[in-house]
Design a protein around this ligand. Structure first.
Ligand code: NI
Length: 395
């Protein structure tokens, strides 16, 4: 029997177990750096499979090492483990049992798929020309678990040669795989801005500095930072997502606070936009006699897939789902993903696994209280991960 047929057989053997694991994780969502129960479930399974397991990396991270019988490269596979502060509205038997927390991005499926890959690959251990490192990472939704895991040596000892990650994707139907060379996700920066004016009676604006008028100007001008200052062919977004200020209708506001996010793909544009941002805020506040405090923080970098690895994964996807089920977007999404930190160190690929099903009514977007996924993609995800690992070991 061919190894690919054998893989398919093992997967069909474990598929119902995978569904159970995913549903168990879905019932018990945990937020970033609080994935204690999740980590325990993972460590227990990996230990039973005979892997060398390390826990408590970057607080709740787990790493399992599977050593193949033959010497060869080290391939890392990564899953994120965290849930979101969203109250689930799905009426399903496996709905979240923890009010206000929910696996609304599919990270429960990511963990399950990686555990499934560990189950399959450990059965093929005797024929494995290399080692596999399974990385279970906390807090992808923020503040980010990839960076601290790398700082704690997760890519060393043994050093990782290639790395793979995936995300279930509700924009794509189940059965499709999304692949992109080069940049796939945007860099994500954050800002907290406090605009400071001077309070006065609402009828005597000339005696104060109106922080609300300043805020309005700043917000409008920030939009021109993208539309008038940047190369229009370069993707960039400035979003003010929260604003608060003022006391009452007849008082000139002294302060307005706002929070937002800045997304770019090109690192040069990232730097340029940060500079323009500060110039706009400073210029407007100064002209009006006001002041400001700005905390502008760099977050996740742009996620860059390695073109050669993408080619190999495309070969695998062609065999697993067929050419007509491979989607290759020509543009990156401006969403963020801290798998980017791994890809800064190790060549690899982060691919998308379609999980939408119109027939099953599974269509809600990510981070939505009605989010769910077509569980048939668990088996498909395992097959993609396992076969991709083998393909990368051949290189
Ligand atoms: Ni996610």
């Amino acid at each position: 029997m061919s190894i690919f047929k054998e893989i398919k057989e093992i997967i069909s053997e474990i598929e119902s177990n995978l569904v159970e694991i995913r549903r168990d994780l879905h019932r018990h969502p945990e937020l970033g750096f609080e994935e204690v129960r999740t980590a325990k479930v993972i460590a227990t399974i990996l230990t039973e499979l005979g892997l060398t397991v390390k826990t408590g990396i970057a607080r709740t991270g787990v790493v399992g090492l599977l050593e193949g019988a033959q010497a060869g490269p080290v391939i890392a596979l990564r899953a994120d483990m965290d849930a979101l502060t969203i109250e689930e509205k799905n009426q399903v038997p496996y709905a979240s049992q923890d009010k206000g927390k929910m696996h609304a991005c599919g990270h429960d499926a990511h963990v399950t798929i990686l555990l499934g890959a560990a189950m399959v690959l450990s059965r093929l251990k005797d024929r494995l020309p290399g080692n596999v490192k399974f990385i279970f990472q906390p807090a992808e939704e923020g503040p980010g678990g990839a960076k601290p895991m790398i700082e704690q040596g997760v890519l060393e000892n043994p050093p990782v040669d290639r790395i793979l990650g995936l995300h279930v994707w509700l924009d794509l139907p189940a059965g499709q795989v999304g692949l992109k060379k080069g940049p796939g996700f945007a860099s994500v920066d954050q800002f907290d801005l406090l605009i400071k004016g001077k309070s006065a009676h609402g009828a005597l604006p000339h005696q104060g500095v109106d922080a609300i008028v300043l805020a309005a100007q700043v917000i409008s001008a920030l939009q021109t930072a993208v539309s008038r200052k940047l190369d229009p062919t370069e993707p960039a977004v400035v979003t003010v997502g929260k604003i608060a200020g003022g006391y009452r209708r007849n008082i000139i506001a002294e302060e307005v606070g706002m929070e937002g996010t800045v997304r770019t793909v090109n690192p040069a544009v990232r730097t340029q936009l940060a500079t323009t941002f500060k110039e706009i805020v400073g210029g407007i506040c100064k002209a009006a006699g006001g002041d400001f405090e700005l905390d502008y923080r760099e977050g996740y970098p742009t996620l860059n897939n390695d073109d050669a690895v993408v080619e190999l994964i495309k070969e695998v996807a062609t065999a697993v789902v067929g050419t007509d089920h491979i989607i290759e977007p020509d543009k990156p999404t401006l969403g963020g993903e801290d798998f980017a930190y791994f890809l800064e160190r190790v060549p690899g690929c982060f691919f998308l696994l379609g999980a939408r099903s119109e027939a099953k009514g599974i269509t809600a977007p990510h981070h939505n209280p009605y989010f769910d996924l077509d569980e048939s993609v668990l088996a498909l995800g395992v097959e993609m991960m396992v076969r991709s690992t083998l393909r990368l070991m051949e290189e």
